[in-house]
Design a protein around this ligand. Sequence first.
Ligand code: OGA
Ligand code: MN
Length: 196
Amino acid sequence: MAGLSAEDVEHLGEAGFVVGSGFLGEGLARRARVAAQEHLALGLLKRAGVRRGGDHQLDAAVRGDSIQWLDDQVTGPLLEVWRRFEGLRLQLNELAFLGLRRTELQLAHYPATGAGYQRHRDAFPGDDNRRVTAIVYLNPDWQPAHGGQLALFVDPPRAVAPRLDAFVLFRSELIEHQVEPSHADRFAITAWYSAR
Ligand code: OGA
Ligand code: MN
């Protein structure tokens, strides 16, 4: 999946999601993993919060990851990753006429302590905020026993193993999803695309 195919766009429109691989290519995915690990070691990732009412709170039972927002000021392989996700936004606009204007890009790490993220949506219907979520995974030695699958609550249900360069794209307001408890370090980079 170097780029989106017509089938991908159709599936995104009809089923609300697409699962693929090869978005970054193995070489870049491996280099991005190394960079992600360095960012973690440098303390650049912070515990992610959950919104409750208007508040931001930490609740490991809901969400156990640490995150860093990435922008065009990042360097090295992560800058190339940022460019790829920007390219994907333009492609979505060309092929699916989504009029996506903004990208938020986030590096996330789930520690091996069973960290996960409970069932949720990334946006709510009527919200004209996040329209499409795109995720690439950076875990070269992933084993089934490591858990950490992305469960998509679609019919039939889908579970995506967070293997190196596995890729998921879904409509943010439509698809409920959950990160199963992770028993190995789990890195992902997520883009949210908004129309404003
Ligand atoms: C999120 C999320 C899924 C994943 O950060 O909102 O659902 O597989 N992440 O990392
Ligand atoms: Mn989510």
